[in-house]
Design a protein around this ligand. Structure first.
Ligand code: GLN
Length: 304
């Protein structure tokens, strides 16, 4: 398959049409970004790499980080995690509070903000220095020591974090947060501030495409069954109330972030990351969704 030719062609096609939507306004620092940046990077399970546009520029990965947090917690506590967070699509926005009331404080899935908070709480309980260890987990699976948090972004998000603060306290009132909400929120705001490029993302996610992937210490990141389950949750819940639409149009497990990034995984084939900051009304990158729809169509490589 000539991936380079295909991504070049789709990139030009999308560039020649209007970009629609707005950059994230919920975090002041993210609202400053140049909306015209657009990058794509694909890594195959046999280590071939293809890129176009701003594939090497780092950006705020935001909720894509929820997949790393889930993977690390799943590795540490195994199936115990499902006692605290469910695996059902929500049909609701990422920061919704409503279902928590009827579900007695059990978040619908680990990719809702509430679910990610419970995952952060588990990591705090399990790890002595969660901020440090979370970063080293990503560096290890990405085989890349150049990945970092952005203090500026974390601080900016915290400064307007009223809804997330409410969510964390609400979870605590149901007994589904063990640590102090302030501590959980500090860690929670940190995980979103990780900055990575499309290239770094498509390389880092290979552990979900390749069952045999090994870190430099020759460690398997997740068992085959765990990787299957993380992919399944990405497929059904990775795009909040647009998860059905993403499955319908693209047909791959994936995860978006309000920084405008999307990662999508074709098990046994490749990982592809797309970044374009303008978001549709559901908080997913407009060009990112469009790119991936055309990509799986032209390469005939959706999982369905
Ligand atoms: N940090 C953002 C929030 O909590 C993440 C949202 C996202 O990327 N969907 O609101």
């Amino acid at each position: 398959m000539n991936y380079q030719e295909i991504i070049d062609e789709i990139y030009e096609e999308i560039k020649s049409t209007d970009d629609i939507g707005n950059v994230a306004s919920i975090i002041p620092e993210l609202a400053q970004i140049d909306p015209d940046q657009f990058g794509v990077h694909l890594t195959t399970v046999d280590n071939r790499e293809f890129g176009i546009g701003e594939w090497g520029t780092k950006f705020s990965i935001q909720s894509i980080s929820k997949v790393f947090a889930l993977s690390q917690a799943y590795k540490l506590v195994g199936d115990q995690i499902w006692k605290r967070v469910d695996v059902e699509p929500s049909g609701s926005p990422f920061n919704s509070l409503v279902q928590l009331e009827t579900n007695n404080g059990t978040p619908r899935n680990p990719f809702m903000n509430a679910g990610a908070m419970v995952v952060c709480d588990i990591l705090i309980t399990q790890l002595k220095d969660p901020v440090e260890r979370f970063l080293s987990f990503i560096r290890e699976i990405a085989l890349n020591s150049g990945i970092n948090y952005s203090k500026k972004i974390a601080k900016s998000e915290k400064s307007v974090g009223y809804r997330n603060i409410a969510l964390c306290n609400y979870l605590k009132s149901f007994g589904n947060i063990d640590n102090e909400p302030d501590q959980v929120l500090d860690f929670y705001f940190n995980i979103y501030s990780i900055e990575m490029s499309c290239q770094e993302l498509s390389n880092a996610f290979i552990y979900l495409a390749n069952d045999d992937f090994r870190t430099s210490e020759n460690r398997q990141v997740l068992t085959m069954s765990q990787a299957k389950r993380v992919n399944a949750i990405m497929q059904t819940c990775g795009f909040y109330d647009e998860s059905g639409e993403f499955a319908f149009r693209v047909g791959l497990p994936g995860k978006s972030g309000v920084g405008g990034g999307i990662i999508a995984i074709h098990p046994d084939k490749y990982c592809i990351a797309v970044w374009s900051p303008k978001l549709n009304e559901k908080g997913n990158s407009y060009r990112g969704m469009r790119f991936l729809e055309l990509f799986t169509t032209k390469t005939e490589s959706s999982i369905f």
